[in-house]
Design a protein around this ligand. Structure first.
Ligand SMILES: [Zn+2]
Length: 376
């Protein structure tokens, strides 16, 4: 599978200027070409190159390969939509290939700019080192929060698939971002705190409405997204590690369930963030895949209303939002935990063939009184 490494560049002041100028010039050239492509309805790389290549090299002072990249980028953006003119952002990404970019060991990269080729220090950060023999294709130079990064696609060998001995059911919610069927709670307190705090600040800033308030607002949402993303990384990592440590598959609800369950009252809209759930889910999926852990998606209907012990389904099983008490057999516990047990059960029974082969030695996982006691 392919994995994208994000390598941070550490340019000095002069190099930073060269990068900024290159970005601006590159995207200006893109807009120039985009205009011609759109007006003449010309979306073919070869034809377009014949018309604009010389002109963009002269007009924008781009090296040959960068000029080619400009044309390729414009052609690419029109593949999805030819109905509208495409204007590219000043700092839209620049795609580099081996001819205009080369790594000089683990701490320097040599790249083409409008001021010629320069060597810029970089840091591989948490990746430790880049497996150069497994770098695939081109890499994107991007600018985020005034910093420069190279996005490098690397072929990562998948670990052999674990033969699961068990299943961990994971329920995703709002108060608890996730609860798993081993009884582990991944709290959403901190992230909800941040969101609530920001929501207050946001409404104050919105009523101010000045330009600086707007800038502040934008910054705020960036900060909040980064915080949520980081939280999702930490949680997904822990869930996958637990699964690996116990040789378990991971069971989660089918996507539609997540959308359903995140419908909240209008007053608490700030908590409603289905985007964050999709992100957590996709983090769990790709981390599991990297570790060879199977992920099983189950039918999400009534996972919060079914009794994991006698399987009766009733609205009345949920006397309160956070509490479950079965009207038939009396088992009770924390609602999100009960849901995680149901998700686990469903994964085991929903795949009879797999279940027969790999879960045959287990009795079907039902709620153990122990686990239930732990949760209440
Ligand atoms: Zn029951």
């Amino acid at each position: 599978m392919l994995k994208t490494l994000q390598i941070k560049l550490l340019p000095d002041e002069r190099q930073e200027e060269a990068l900024i100028e290159t970005f601006v010039r590159f995207n200006e050239a893109c807009n120039f070409v985009s205009r011609i492509a759109f007006e003449r309805r010309l979306y073919n790389k070869v034809f377009l190159q014949k018309i604009v290549y010389r002109e963009i090299r002269e007009k924008f002072g781009l090296a040959a390969q960068l000029a080619i990249r400009v044309i390729a980028k414009v052609v690419e953006t029109y593949k999805a939509d030819k109905e509208h003119f495409h204007e590219l952002r000043d700092f839209g990404s620049i795609i580099y290939d081996q001819r205009i970019l080369s790594f000089k060991g683990m701490d320097q990269v040599s790249i083409n700019t409008i001021h010629g080729r320069i060597r810029i220090p970089m840091t591989t950060g948490k990746y430790g080192k880049i497996p150069f023999d497994r770098v695939r294709g081109q890499c994107d130079l991007v600018r985020k929060n005034r910093l420069f990064y190279l996005m490098v696609a690397v072929e990562v060998p998948e670990e052999p698939t674990v033969e699961p001995q068990d299943i961990i059911g994971v329920d995703m919610g709002i108060v608890n971002i996730a609860v798993d069927s081993t009884g582990k709670y991944y709290s959403g307190d901190k992230i909800n705190e941040v969101r609530k705090h920001n929501a207050d600040l946001r409404s104050r800033l919105q009523s101010v409405g000045t330009r600086s308030a707007k800038r502040h607002l934008k910054k705020l949402s960036g900060k909040e997204n980064r915080f949520a993303r980081n939280t999702n990384h930490v949680i997904s990592k822990e869930i996958v590690q637990r699964a690996k440590g116990t040789s378990s598959a991971i069971a989660i609800e089918d996507l539609s369930g997540i959308r359903m369950r995140t419908t909240v009252r209008k007053g608490s809209r700030y908590i409603h963030n289905s985007w964050s759930f999709y992100q957590l889910r996709s983090f769990i999926e790709y981390k599991a895949r990297e570790s060879g852990i199977p992920v099983i998606a189950v039918d999400p209907h009534n996972t919060s209303r079914e009794c994991p012990n006698c399987h009766s389904i009733s609205k009345r099983n949920r006397p309160e939002r956070s509490h479950f008490r079965c009207v038939s057999c009396g088992i009770e516990g924390e609602a999100d935990f009960i849901a995680s047990l149901n998700i686990r059960n469903r994964a085991a029974v929903s795949q009879p063939i797999v279940a027969g082969a790999i879960f045959g030695h287990l009795t079907l996982p039902a709620a153990s009184p122990d686990a239930l006691a732990r949760s209440s």
